[in-house]
Design a protein around this ligand. Structure first.
Ligand SMILES: Cc1ncc(COP(=O)(O)O)c(C=O)c1O
Length: 452
């Protein structure tokens, strides 16, 4: 691109080192500058309108421009802009959200803890688990198992949990204590003729074999997203989680549910854990908790785990972990207001009502010669593009087709995510049936131009 000197685009290229971006490509293309948002739409700095079919980054449940969240933030910042939670200090908003999260969380959670991001939350959980096993006198029980194509963030430990090459390559992760098992994507990874049920059984057996090979006394926890998001939206076979859970229980391996994308209604229930019958020992959520208006993640854990940790803090003198901004009053206040809005407008309850239409429009692309699979649950879905529908072979240049389609989408006024050649959709929960039609009409026009 030829950006005018001193224009926002030129200054972006000059000064801003972007996350998760091909930096050299960015220098050539320049940024897409989003200046405003309203409902399910965002507008670029030229005033062009787009449907945000990804809710930003799987985030903006209540849509853009929600004044109540701005007002809640203003009220909180006027009254108590900052206070911390170290050394017995607390404040009303942190207490209120901790109580709300414990009561809302899946399973039998007893305590809540806060961080600023999903990555920090997963890092924190690993530290809690290591601390817990040290307190129990089993210092060798430290290995963590997660899945290939799982996404759990990008700090050193959460990137180690993540099972995606782009988050490992040249960053010297994963660390050796982190092991990965297969992704439960039946369409791509099942043996010829293998049923979903048999595939789920095989993957549970693979987990058991892995635990036995490592030694059950060395395996501390299994981390998983109920529905895998950022790796490419992978919906597990119906009985997969039950089987995985049984294996974990057999070997005293803790189950950590990463609900950062799934949580707050995305899959048709409050939690992905509800959709798949998971009873986690620890749960992590973020994103839709504040509709990402401000950074926040929450961890909930059972009192069984908490009590072991708590006893050890008494022995050592403290739980020596926490951030300056853990439980930040602004994030707590915005989360409380956001969850009020979600409840008052029944945004989680609407998902099962909207889902059939969303999935019908998504699946209508199934027969296209470049579509290998369409898949979805609740209000999250994906279209996987392939070069050869029969053999499921990908394109000669992986990712180029997805990227081109995303560009055409921009021209047609829609932002979706191309994860390589997988096209992901995760619209704000406020979307209506008519807007779902508009979304897929715009996508359809972009897709038609790709193959024209
Ligand atoms: C399932 C899951 N876990 C963790 C994370 C990391 O969260 P953050 O980007 O806030 O660090 C993400 C982010 O997309 C995620 O999808």
């Amino acid at each position: 691109m030829t950006a005018l000197p001193n224009s926002p685009a030129a200054r972006d290229i000059e000064y801003y080192f972007h996350p998760v971006t091909n930096a050299r490509r960015h220098e050539q293309l320049g940024p897409m500058i989003i200046a405003k948002g309203e409902g399910i739409h965002v507008f670029d700095d030229q005033g062009k309108e787009y449907i945000e079919a990804m809710a930003g980054l799987w985030s903006v449940a209540v849509g853009f421009g929600e004044k109540r969240l701005a007002e809640a933030a203003f009220r909180q910042m006027s009254e108590l802009p900052f206070y911390h939670s170290f050394s017995h200090k607390s404040h009303p908003q942190a207490i209120a959200l901790a109580e709300r999260m414990v009561k809302m969380a899946p399973g039998k959670m007893g305590k809540a803890h806060f961080t600023n991001s999903g990555s920090e939350a997963n890092d924190t959980v690993v530290k809690m688990i290591w601390y817990y096993n040290n307190a129990l006198g089993r210092p060798q029980k430290k290995k963590i198992i997660s899945r290939l194509k799982g996404y759990h963030g990008i700090t050193l430990v959460s990137a180690s949990l993540t099972g995606l090459p782009n988050n490992h390559r040249d960053f010297d992760v994963p660390f050796p204590q982190f092991k990965h098992v297969s992704c439960p994507h039946h369409w791509r990874f099942a043996e010829p003729g293998e049923s979903e049920e048999d595939f789920a059984t095989r993957l549970a057996q693979e987990l058991e074999d892995k635990i036995l090979a490592e030694g059950p006394e060395t395996v501390a926890a299994f981390f998983g997203e109920p529905v895998m998001g950022a790796g490419g939206v992978f919906i597990p076979p119906r009985t997969y989680w039950q089987k995985i859970q049984d294996v974990c229980r057999k070997y005293d391996v803790l189950i950590v549910a990463d609900e950062v994308i799934n949580g707050f209604g995305r899959t048709g229930n409050v939690w992905g854990c509800d959709t798949y019958g998971i009873t986690p020992d620890i749960m992590v959520c973020s994103k839709q908790i504040t509709s990402s208006y401000v950074p926040l993640a929450a961890i909930t854990l059972t009192n069984e785990i908490y009590n072991v940790i708590a006893d050890n803090t008494a022995k050592i003198g403290t739980f020596g972990h926490g951030f300056t901004t853990s439980g930040h009053p602004l994030a707590m206040a915005v989360a409380m207001e956001n969850l009020d809005i979600i409840e008052e407008r029944n945004l989680m309850g609407r998902v099962p009502q909207l889902s059939p239409h969303f999935l019908k429009r998504l699946h209508s692309f199934k027969d296209h010669p470049l579509v290998g699979e369409t898949r979805g649950v609740g209000l999250i879905g994906a279209i996987e593009l392939v070069a050869d529908k029969k053999t499921k072979a990908g394109f000669e240049k992986p990712g180029a087709t997805g990227l081109r389609l995303a560009e055409l989408g921009h021209e047609e006024g829609i932002i979706f995510r191309a994860i390589g050649d997988i096209i992901a959709f995760c619209p704000p929960l406020i979307i209506t049936d008519e807007q779902i039609d508009d979304l897929f009409d715009r996508f359809g026009r972009a897709f038609a131009r790709l193959t024209a």
